[in-house]
Design a protein around this ligand. Structure first.
Ligand code: MD3
Ligand code: FE
Length: 214
């Protein structure tokens, strides 16, 4: 009766910076809708590891859905309307993924979020993402929303300079991050994922990030 895992929880919003927020557990009520959508996207556009312009194969595997998808190869980072593996358009952006992101953005003061790109990242134990800025999108006034599923990770939120010391923030299954405005170009990364297995998601962390890229 009381204390059910999915009982209505009070909002748990952590403000990490002026326009950077973590909404703890915000995605949990959406999980049953999200997982089949994610499965369908990955059936059409499977995870793959891409090569950076510097010639390194990323430890994170990725896929995309939406009109635009983020890709990298020897010649650079870009958004593209087609999956380079097949030459076909990326899978459409599924409804629950979009609705969740729009609701999270609105909860953090970003009205009218209109995402056209969703990058799906898969971390297995040992995979990491080095400190970087997200600079390939056209319109920096739109926020970015990310949803974490599966194994927890230590996120690093840095400053506007690569040399600014980052703060470490644990991201757990169901957590949603929203950032934009003055924080849109902060450096950020993910420390190497620890070994483990998540009861629902298995031995991995999946993070998907919705943006307005075009
Ligand atoms: C806060 N992904 O795909 S998402 C990426 O967990 C990426 O897979 C990470 O960085 C991941 O580009 C982190 C959370 C995030 C991303 C960018 C931010 C939080 C941010 C930029 C500024 C502030
Ligand atoms: Fe990023």
């Amino acid at each position: 009766m009381f204390g059910e895992a999915d009982a209505l929880q009070p909002p748990r919003t952590e403000q990490l910076a002026t326009q950077t927020f973590v909404l703890r557990g915000f995605a949990l009520p959406w999980i049953d809708a999200l997982l089949p959508e994610l499965r369908a996207v990955l059936a059409q556009a499977p995870f793959r590891r891409m090569v950076t312009p510097g010639g390194f194969t990323m430890s994170v595997a990725l896929s995309n859905c939406g009109a635009l998808g983020w890709t990298t190869d020897q010649s650079g980072y870009r958004y593209s309307g087609r999956d380079p593996r097949t030459g076909q358009p990326w899978p459409a952006l599924p409804q629950a993924m979009r609705e969740l992101a729009v609701a999270a953005a609105a909860a953090c003061g970003f009205a009218d979020f209109d995402p056209d790109a969703c990058l799906v990242n898969r971390y297995v134990p040992g995979a990491k993402m080095s400190l970087h800025q997200d600079k390939n999108e056209r319109d920096y006034s739109q926020p970015v929303v990310s949803v974490s599923l599966g194994l927890s990770a230590l996120f690093q939120l840095g400053g506007m300079q690569r040399s600014d010391r980052p703060v470490r923030v644990p991201l757990l299954h169901g957590d949603v991050m929203v950032w934009g405005g003055v924080d849109r170009l902060r450096f950020h990364g993910v420390l190497p994922l620890k070994e483990g297995s998540h009861p629902l998601m298995g031995p991995q962390r999946i993070n998907f990030t919705l943006r307005k890229a075009g």
